[in-house]
Design a protein around this ligand. Structure first.
Ligand SMILES: Cc1ncc(COP(=O)(O)O)c(C=O)c1O
Length: 457
């Protein structure tokens, strides 16, 4: 018989937050001071609103290997790693050497360079769905360009996007990323909710929202919009709302349904990519999307984006059909960084190392959760993992609303004060880099154990 999870005492959570916030403030006066100053020249004191978190963002000035230091000199083991962009870890010696050398030969040509070709060839080799690829500078650009291409290929305007999934900050996909439960509408027929003001109202009608892990709803939506939809875009594994895995057979159903309706399928692998498997998510779930988008971890920490797929679709990028442009596209620094990272640093052993440590961390969490019957669960995939303070595994965005964000915040602060840095977003996931060590994982496990002991005391 299943045991009931313990009930978390709210008073304990409040006490932990109050104490840990005070501790955080006393350890990081430099960050607080410069953040205050930043607020007069930068809205919210930061350059990406993701970074503006309570009590205030940490300001950082150094990072090496698995470690990162704030400007007060506090050292952290970094599990944020640029939202997973640094699977390679910080300042990898091979990258430092290669990029230093490249800087002396020029940082930007805005003309093709051979490394673009070599990196494209490596992308084709690594990622099964890619026959041809184009480079850009971010995940946002990758999904924006892939969607334009899909629209041109299909000759249709509408896109289906999954509720709770995030694909960057361009208008088409800035819909229902984390809508309020009141605005979100019925679970099986979600409303399209713009995530920001300033998006033209006529854009909204071109983005239709479908629930994750619900093939019947997708089939119905595509039937209702017969002949209107160019593509379904989805993260195969949702990573904007903790980590939500696909139900068994779900991705194949999505593939079958999109084929049946003559609609393209785009997998957004910006967060998954090489962090979940050397060949990305389609190596774990062997489903064939028409296009995939990549960014973050393929660039070794430099700005990069890429989208690629079937040649028949990609060839529409030409002077008379689809324009794909960008001054910084294929710049020599990012191309070299990507090439060194993918061909020299990410050996099969390096992937095994990061994925193995992440698995071990996930198993340690699970052991502790089961020992104390905590109302939380852990999802781990490749170098990524996530503790979600909800008893049952979350299968879609609606379940995200049941995650205990107060405990999540207490957990973030508790870890930060003990030298473990998580992404600024209390439902985000860890990434273990190829430079993390067994000692890092042991320390992390120990601190998580301490947190649990405080929570249930
Ligand atoms: C799945 C996914 N797609 C796209 C993006 C946008 O990438 P970028 O921040 O590089 O524009 C993100 C960013 O977190 C993401 O997680």
């Amino acid at each position: 018989m299943l045991r009931e999870p313990i009930t978390i005492n709210r008073k304990h959570v409040e006490e932990i937050v109050a104490r840990e916030e005070a501790e955080f403030r006393s350890r990081t006066p430099g960050s607080q001071k410069i953040h205050k100053r930043a607020e007069s020249s930068l809205p919210m004191g930061v350059s990406s609103s993701f970074q503006a978190i309570p009590p205030y963002p940490l300001f950082v000035n150094r990072a090496v290997g698995s470690r990162i230091w704030d400007i007060d000199g506090n050292e952290y083991v970094d599990y944020h790693l640029g939202f997973g962009s640094l699977l390679v870890g910080h300042s990898h010696p091979l990258l430092v050497e290669a990029l230093r050398d490249q800087l002396g030969k020029g940082s930007l040509y805005s003309l093709p360079c051979p490394d673009t070709v070599y990196l494209a060839e490596e992308m084709v080799r690594r990622f099964a769905p890619i026959e041809q690829v184009r480079f850009c500078n971010s995940g946002t650009e990758a999904t924006m360009d892939a969607i334009r291409l899909a629209r041109a290929h299909a000759g249709r305007d509408k896109i289906v996007k999954i509720e709770g999934s995030y694909h960057g900050h361009h208008d088409t996909v800035m819909m229902s990323t984390k809508p309020s439960i009141e605005a979100a509408g019925p679970a099986e027929r979600p409303h399209t909710v713009p995530a920001s003001k300033g998006i033209p109202s006529d854009v909204k009608g071109n983005t239709i929202i479908a629930p994750y892990n619900d093939p019947e709803a997708l089939d119905r939506i595509l039937s209702e919009h017969k002949g209107e939809v160019a593509a379904v875009i989805t993260e195969a594994v949702l990573m904007n709302v903790g980590i939500m895995l696909p139900d068994e057979g779900y991705l194949q159903s999505v593939r079958d349904i999109t084929r049946k309706h003559g609609v393209l399928l785009i997998f957004d692998e910006v967060k998954t990519g090489v962090t979940v498997s050397p060949g990305g998510v389609t190596e774990i779930y062997p489903v064939e999307p028409d296009l995939i988008c990549l960014a973050k971890s393929i660039g070794g920490g430099l700005p990069i984006g890429a989208f690629g797929g079937r040649e028949e679709i990609m060839r529409r990028i030409n002077h008379s059909e689809v324009l794909h442009l960008g001054t910084f596209n294929g710049n020599p620094m990012s191309m070299l960084a990507g090439l060194v990272t993918l061909t020299q640093i990410f050996t099969p052993e390096a992937h095994e190392h990061a994925n193995g440590l992440s698995k071990q961390l996930g198993e340690s969490y699970v052991g502790i959760i089961e020992e104390f019957d905590l109302p939380m669960h852990v999802t781990q995939i490749g170098a990524k993992g996530c503790a979600m303070f909800r008893f049952e595994r979350a299968r879609n965005y609606r379940a995200w609303w049941e995650i205990d964000m107060d405990v999540s915040y207490a957990y973030w602060l508790f870890l930060a004060n003990r030298g473990i840095l998580f992404p600024p977003g209390f439902d985000d996931q860890w990434t273990v880099s190829i430079q993390h060590t067994q000692e890092d994982i042991d320390h992390h496990t120990h601190v998580f154990n301490q947190f649990v002991a405080e929570l249930i005391r």
